[in-house]
Design a protein around this ligand. Structure first.
Ligand SMILES: Nc1ncnc2c1ncn2[C@@H]1O[C@H](COP(=O)(O)OP(=O)(O)OP(=O)(O)O)[C@@H](O)[C@H]1O
Ligand SMILES: [Mg+2]
Length: 228
């Protein structure tokens, strides 16, 4: 299908820990189209973070492959790898990793600066992203002057401002109360619809699932069912 953005094909990931094999992922198959919002649910230790890391090219499967626009990401040369990570994929980690000495504005702007986006465009996107997350008045604040939930929203704005084709968000609402969590997932839905970005987000909060197009339930490293 033309519309396919990323596919996991028979992906497994094993860890060997003190001689013992841990099967973190077993034979995962999934498919995300352009402009699709997928949620991943599953108990702690079920393999959600492992799967997101593999989709982002930050970790390699023990077996199987990840196809991005039809190409195996493990076959990319160095240049293609850098371009994939910088321009195609955005990642929001479980720990949101803001730089403490930079203001909220500077944190959002930094990846664009690294990627050579010009200052006018950076300024426009940073302001737009701050507005989108409702923190336009907090741009000059350092992370320690912001609450955990506000810091998380800055991390989300930083990823969105790069306009990736695929945004991978690991528990992006873990620090937020239910109202703010709902507004972040509503924002994801809006971005997917308006910008044709694709988003995969993990969550423990089942009340948020209705906002996504598709939900996959991961249990013991396997896809247990498809809730559409
Ligand atoms: N580097 C590692 N070495 C060994 N085992 C690991 C490693 N990383 C993850 N695992 C194991 O793989 C399994 C899946 O872990 P993963 O972090 O993907 O779960 P998760 O679904 O993200 O959990 P949570 O909801 O707590 O974040 C777990 O059993 C975990 O202990
Ligand atoms: Mg996790």
């Amino acid at each position: 299908m033309k519309n396919e953005l990323i596919q996991a094909k028979n992906v497994s990931r094993n860890y060997i820990l003190k001689g013992e094999k841990i099967e973190a992922l077993r034979n995962i198959n999934l498919n995300i189209n352009n402009g699709e919002f997928l949620t991943l649910v599953g108990r702690s230790g079920s393999g959600k973070t492992t799967l997101l890391n593999i989709l982002a090219g930050l970790d390699e499967p023990s077996a199987g492959e990840i196809l991005f626009k039809g190409n195996n990401i493990n076959d990319y040369n160095e240049k293609e790898k850098i371009s994939f990570r910088r321009f195609e994929i955005g990642v929001i980690f479980q720990s949101f990793s803001l730089l403490p000495l930079l203001s909220a504005y500077e944190n959002i702007e930094l990846p664009m600066r690294i990627c050579g986006i010009n200052s006018k465009e950076r300024n426009k996107r940073t302001k737009g992203a701050l507005k989108m997350i409702g923190l336009e008045k907090r741009g000059n604040h350092r992370p320690y002057e912001l609450s955990g939930g506000e810091q998380q929203r800055i991390a989300i704005a930083r990823a969105i401002a790069m306009k990736p084709k695929l945004l991978l968000a690991d528990e992006p609402t873990g620090e937020l109360d239910s109202v703010n969590a709902f507004s972040i997932f509503s924002l994801f839905k809006e971005i997917v619809n308006e910008q044709n970005m694709s988003i995969i987000a993990t969550t423990h909060d089942r009340t948020l699932l209705d906002l996504s197009d598709k939900t996959l339930n991961i249990s013991n490293g396997e896809i247990a069912n498809h809730i559409t």
